[in-house]
Design a binder for this molecule. Sequence first.
Ligand code: ZN
Length: 216
Amino acid sequence: MRNIVLMGPPGAGKGTLATKLREELHLVHISTGDMFREAIKNATDLGKLAKKFLDSGNLVPDDVTVGLVKERLSRDDCKNGFLLDGFPRTLVQAEALDRLTKEINRPIETVINLDCDTNELVRRISGRRVCKNCGAPYHIETMKPKVDGVCDICGGPLFQRPDDNEDALKIRLQHYVTSTKPLLAYYEDKGLLKNFNSLGGIERLFDEVTNFLSSK
Ligand SMILES: [Zn+2]
């Protein structure tokens, strides 16, 4: 059984890693964002409740989120392992997750944390550009378009998303580090935490993670 919590700051390669783990190890990838959207679309009781909070611009309370996570992790497709992404975000949520995964007899076995230097993350994210017309992604250092500022695919103009600017990012990352520290300590104490560094690129990260998982 491979029941995994995936943690890491924006830009650390979490999405790419999750996609590869899903495709190559057939783990069910559960992102809380997707989970909310699905529950709301299907108009389940918890989905309706979550929608009420989201529509009024509020955070969804923990008990609603925990209920959704429990419902999702109980499903048959999670019996051979899952990759939980975007949850827990707080200590209270982590404790709730412990209780619920014990109740359904699918306890968390590994917490994969992507460690990444803040300056490196800023460099990665602040270099992102997106095509205004077709949405194709670029990077001014690692994925340059053939012509500066012009999309290779459709010729549209490239732009930088407002929240990808350096100052906003530094604040966001600092906030992430501060808020997840207690969570990392919690999992460290339980002997579940495993840190990986994504600086060497996604292929290497994926190899390290799969080697680790197969050695368990
Ligand atoms: Zn384009």
